[in-house]
Design a protein around this ligand. Structure first.
Ligand code: B12
Length: 223
């Protein structure tokens, strides 16, 4: 078992690896956490989740830019692989806050914002299935039904393709599945007014705001 001092220095090394966007250091610190017998769920929270949240907030305030956010998320992802393997091998599991299918809607190839949202959701404890770009309405629903999903998240960057977000909501209604999913919409031309008009369940302007919104709405699917 790691002493309190060991634990603190390992968590500090994990946090610094994210702050420095250093994937090798994230892996090394995660391995240290495993080898020292540290509580790994605490390590996830205090070592990785804390700094990635801060990075997401800084990105939303435009204090850091996309490359930094992507590098920080990448470092966390590789570090998390080490922790997840050890947690699963020990018979434990990281409880997911909710399962998300995410994609960019039909006719739209913009994937940077969608990928950032997916990475931040994953980094903050959601299990994420990324369908990629140009995803037809029926594909969102097939994937959600096949994956035991709680949330369908759609990105649209064009004022012409945001209309397809409405198609997904309507198709869910036609199939009698509307109440089964929390539908989240976003992307540069998307607004709260559009989300209300198409009767989506939530809209957020940025990636970290999406995490905050879902965290606040968790009781809608986590009974
Ligand atoms: C990069 C880019 C491209 C790249 C895309 C590369 C890629 N792999 O994604 C390329 C060059 C391929 C491209 C192509 C086109 N583009 Co373009 N593109 C952009 C640009 C410059 C940046 C978009 C971006 O990545 N931003 C960075 C990310 C981080 O921000 P974001 O996408 O907004 O995402 C954030 C939020 O919106 C939100 N969010 C995003 N998705 C989601 C989803 C959910 C669920 C939630 C909650 C939140 C959320 O969180 C993200 C993080 O904070 C924008 C300009 C702009 N200011 O947006 C134009 C822009 C979107 N493109 C535009 C156009 C017109 C096109 C083309 C039609 C151009 C053409 N004539 O060929 C084609 C479209 C092809 C197609 N069928 O999709 C227009 C759209 C105008 C409109 N309102 O319809 C824009 C606004 C440029 C302009 N001013 O004219 N584009």
């Amino acid at each position: 078992m790691a002493s309190e001092t060991d634990k603190d220095s390992i968590f500090a090394a994990m946090r610094e690896s994210i702050e420095n966007y250093d994937s090798d250091a994230a892996v090394a610190a995660a391995k240290q956490a495993v080898e020292s017998g540290t509580d790994l769920l605490e390590a996830v929270e205090k070592g990785f989740a804390e700094p990635i949240r801060k990075l997401g907030e800084a990105f939303d305030r435009m204090e850091v830019f996309l490359p930094q956010l992507m590098l920080g998320s990448d470092a966390m992802k590789v570090g998390m692989t080490v922790l997840e393997e050890a947690i699963t091998a020990g018979g434990g599991s990281i409880k997911s806050k909710g399962a998300v299918v995410i994609g960019t809607v039909e006719g739209d190839i913009h994937d940077i914002g969608k990928t950032v949202v997916a990475a931040l959701l994953q980094a903050n404890g959601y299990s994420v299935h990324d369908l990629g770009v140009e995803v037809p309405a029926s594909r969102f629903i097939e994937a959600a039904e096949g994956q035991k999903t709680d949330i369908i998240a759609m990105s649209a960057l064009l004022s012409t393709t945001m209309l397809y977000q409405r198609d997904v909501v309507e198709l869910l209604g036609n199939k009698g599945l509307r109440d089964k999913y929390f539908v989240l919409v976003g992307g540069a031309p998307v607004t709260q007014a559009w989300s209300d008009e198409i009767t989506a369940d939530g809209y957020s302007r940025g990636a970290y705001e999406a995490v905050q919104l879902l965290d606040a709405k968790k009781e809608a699917w986590s009974e």
